[in-house]
Design a protein around this ligand. Structure first.
Ligand SMILES: *Cc1c(COP(=O)(O)O)cnc(C)c1O
Length: 413
């Protein structure tokens, strides 16, 4: 996208003309902070505290056990799925909101392998978010003969890994958490299918950041969290996608009563519920689910094409304005291969990020050397990007980060 000018005034003009600008008022943002870590933990939507308080005080406090029916508690995982489905290009019954991403990865990977019983290899990415690899390792350890084959980014390595014809499932991150690289979901799903493998997508870094089209891309399964770009709060329940064509046969391993077809018959035999619902296991964290509900309401009427356009404009702007810092750019410059973050590399990146945080500009650091900045089009302005980029250049060029207090590592980076 051509930049008209790089002045702060020009950025303010872009904000004035931004069709997404009114969405910022849907969030409670702390004073004096520019938040570039919404790809780790999204900001607090204004409606969340009231909705959570209502659940606690009214639905629980007064309604008590009646709220399972009267407040729709039992159907909450499906009600949330109906709100979330348009954000991932799915039908409502192909999605269910519940449990955590890691648990859902386990369930979907096992289900994919069971649909493909003659294939014993799982392909995963060498640079995947660690929990994806750990869960895949756990699946391999549990099932005799299941092996992992790791690939690097891009379709060529994937094609190579699929060639032997023994791959049952590929587990791919839509956007790489560390580099911000966006994979071509349609092409890579097709590649997997051409080689007889099923495709399981991790949407943690793409849902809410860009349009996701699971159905149109032919994805088989997907998982994602709601606490990054969807802003549902720390530890909020995740979601699972199961393509409609697999509903009749897909079987997940954690067959609890919330995934049963008629749980209140209290029969002794498991019978899966219809659709993605059978991927639920047990009782869900409904206090946290209330936050998901309020957070998803922000997305009503939001055009994801506008979100994508603004995301690319913001990341372009940041890349352009931080060039004088002289840091290596890790994120692809090509729009088609870029998610909604900018990753820069420097061996002292940790200290640089800490120095920025002290100035109220919150990004994060990913070992060994990545400075990571997430761009959330619903609540970030172009002027925020201008101010953050200016500060980064000052911190790096001025050597402010060399102060020893910035080198002390906290438990969470
Ligand atoms: C954030 C993230 C997760 C998180 O998994 P949890 O079970 O919610 O802790 C998993 N995968 C990817 C790619 C992520 O970015």
């Amino acid at each position: 996208m051509p930049l008209p000018s790089l002045s702060r005034e020009a950025c303010a003009e872009l904000d004035a003309a931004d069709p997404l600008a009114p969405r910022r008022a849907d969030f409670l943002l702390p004073e004096g902070v520019i938040y570039l870590d919404g790809n780790s933990l999204g900001a607090l939507p204004r409606a969340v505290p009231g909705r959570v308080a209502h659940l606690i005080e009214q639905e629980w406090g007064r309604g008590l056990v009646r709220s399972w029916n009267d407040a729709g508690w039992w159907d909450q995982p499906r009600a949330l799925a109906a709100m979330l489905a348009p954000l991932v290009g799915a039908a409502s019954d192909e999605v269910v909101v519940g449990d955590g991403t890691s648990a859902n990865l386990f369930k979907t990977l096992v289900a994919a392998l069971r649909l493909n019983p003659d294939r014993r290899v799982v392909v995963a990415e060498a640079g995947a978010f660690p929990t994806d690899l750990y869960i895949a390792q756990g699946v391999a350890e549990l099932f005799d003969g299941v092996r992992l084959r790791l690939v690097g980014p891009g379709g060529e390595e994937l094609a190579e890994a699929l060639r032997p014809g023994d791959v049952g499932a590929v587990l791919l991150g839509h956007v790489d958490y560390r580099t911000g690289e966006l994979r071509d979901m349609a092409a890579e799903t097709r590649l997997a299918h051409d080689h007889g493998a099923l495709a399981v997508w991790d949407l943690c870094h793409s849902v809410g950041a860009l349009p996701v089209e699971l159905s149109a891309c032919g994805a088989d399964f997907a998982v994602g969290c709601t606490y990054k770009y969807l802003n549902a709060g720390p530890g909020a329940p995740a979601f699972t996608y199961v393509a409609a064509r697999h509903h009749a046969r897909a079987r997940q391993p954690l067959t609890g009563w919330h995934g049963h077809a008629r749980p209140f018959d209290f029969t002794g035999d498991y019978e899966p519920a219809a659709g993605a619902s059978c991927f639920l296991s047990g009782s869900q964290p409904l206090v946290a689910a209330a936050a998901v509900e309020a957070a998803l309401q922000v997305w009503r009427g939001v055009d994801l094409a506008l979100v994508r356009a603004k995301s690319l404009a913001l990341t372009d702007l940041f890349l352009e304005l931080t060039r004088p810092a002289g840091l290596e750019v890790v994120t692809p410059l090509e729009h088609a291969r870029r998610g909604s973050q900018v990753s820069l590399r420097h061996p002292d990146g940790y200290a640089m990020v800490q120095a920025l945080i002290e100035r109220g500009i919150i990004g994060d650091f990913r070992a060994p050397d990545i400075l990571r900045f997430g761009f959330t089009p619903l609540y970030l302005r172009h002027v925020d990007v201008f101010d953050a980029a200016t500060a980064l250049v000052e911190v790096v060029r001025g050597g402010e980060w060399r102060d020893p207090r910035f080198a002390r590592r906290a438990q969470v980076t």
